[in-house]
Write a protein that binds this ligand. Structure first.
Ligand code: GDP
Ligand code: MG
Length: 254
């Protein structure tokens, strides 16, 4: 089994990607087990073979007097108590790929103390990778341009995830169907060579931005950077190929 953990800021398309990438795998004669780890989600666009909501009741925590954030934090922390059961359910899927959809807000999942242990318990020694989704709409600015600072800050968040999980990582600029031709052109140049972002930034903030991008590049990068769209299905084949490379690249969970 290969584990794919979809991470990204709220609304970046994690749940939608779990759906469309699962369908893509099934269309290509593979099987997918969809795992929902979001205790607070109301509606999912796919059927979750494994669903944390069967074990953790966000609404009950909310009614117990915790605020929405408190209840969310608590419910994510409680997932760990059910890790053995979730792992068993995942094994019962008998799938090649396990697609793990994570809670809406990235910090509630990626930066909780329990998360690394939870991942270890769920993956149980099977190969795992992070797919970090970047929302194209955040990159967009007026006059048909892209915002280099938005791009750099989201690349830095990708570096943070790489440091946090130390797993093979594929970075995906998602929802590219919403970008104009001009914006795509600009994005392609940045993806070709992230350092070229230096031409678009200046001043003091520019220095920090350039230094951080250089640090990412000089240290070997944060994994492949691709584009995708759940609407046009562009990039799903590239995502699959990048995942295959990362699973066979020899990196392992540290
Ligand atoms: P999550 O919070 O990361 O799970 O994000 P969702 O999967 O719920 O997606 C948030 C919104 O973005 C939904 O309205 C989706 O329909 C929409 N969305 C997701 N992927 C794409 C895409 O590739 N293109 C477009 N145009 N919209 C998308
Ligand atoms: Mg979601």
């Amino acid at each position: 089994m290969y584990f794919v953990y979809f991470l990204g800021t709220a609304g970046s398309g994690k749940s939608t990607m779990t759906k469309v990438f699962g369908e893509w795998l099934e269309d290509h004669e593979m099987s997918a087990c969809r795992v929902n780890l979001d205790p607070a989600v109301k509606q999912l666009p796919y059927f979750a073979e494994v669903d944390v909501r069967r074990y953790v009741d966000y609404n009950e925590l909310l009614e117990s007097g915790l605020g929405p954030n408190g209840a969310m934090v608590k419910s994510v922390d409680l997932i760990l108590q059910h890790a053995t059961t979730l792992r068993k359910e995942i094994e019962e899927c008998l799938s090649n790929y396990v697609l793990v959809d994570t809670p809406g807000q990235i910090e509630l999942f990626a930066y909780r103390k329990v998360t690394l242990e939870l991942l270890r318990e769920l993956s149980g020694g099977d190969k795992s990778a992070i797919v970090y989704l970047i929302d194209s709409t955040i990159l967009s600015k007026e006059e048909n341009q892209l915002d280099p600072y938005a791009f750099a800050s989201l690349a830095v968040l990708g570096a943070s995830l790489k440091i946090r999980f130390r797993l093979p990582q594929v970075n995906v600029i998602n929802k590219v169907d919403l970008l104009s031709m001009e914006q795509r052109f600009q994005l392609d140049a940045w993806l070709e060579d992230m350092r070229s972002i230096a031409y678009s930034v200046g001043g003091e903030e520019g220095t920090l931005t350039i230094r951080l991008i250089e640090a990412i590049e000089d240290s070997g990068g944060i994994g492949e950077m691709l584009v995708s769209s759940a609407v046009t299905e562009e990039g799903l084949d590239s995502l699959y190929a990048a995942l295959q490379r990362s699973f066979y690249g020899g990196e392992d969970y540290a």
